[in-house]
Design a protein around this ligand. Structure first.
Ligand SMILES: [Zn+2]
Length: 108
């Protein structure tokens, strides 16, 4: 079967999961600066802010693991991990399946 003939809609469920995990990961990353700023403003305390940082750090670790170890619906390998290094690109590192492949095929 040719690449262009492939039915990407069969991957919709799996890709939706990959997108959710990525969204979760980037949200945690984006929340960092506002959280630290708000904590410093409200508490005026480095010690309290260090606790906020610790909580954020744990959440970031969990979110990065969740998004790193999500499986590609086409090839079954980890979508964002090749070897030991996670890379949060928009395509599968193994088979090249794009994050929005199911949406693109619907438009054509
Ligand atoms: Zn793949």
């Amino acid at each position: 079967m040719e690449e262009s003939q492939e039915d990407f809609s069969q991957y919709a469920e799996g890709l939706r999961k990959v997108r959710q995990r990525r969204w979760c990961f980037w949200s945690v990353i984006l929340v960092y600066l506002p959280a630290i700023w708000i904590s410093l403003t409200i508490t005026q305390s480095d010690r309290a802010t260090a606790k906020v940082f610790a909580v954020w750090f744990v959440l970031a670790c969990i979110a990065s693991c969740l998004s790193a170890f999500v499986r590609c619906p086409r090839c079954g390998n980890f979508f964002h991990v090749q070897g030991f290094i996670p890379m949060y690109l928009r395509s599968c590192l193994h088979c090249g399946l794009h994050l929005n492949a199911d949406k693109k095929s619907g438009k054509r």
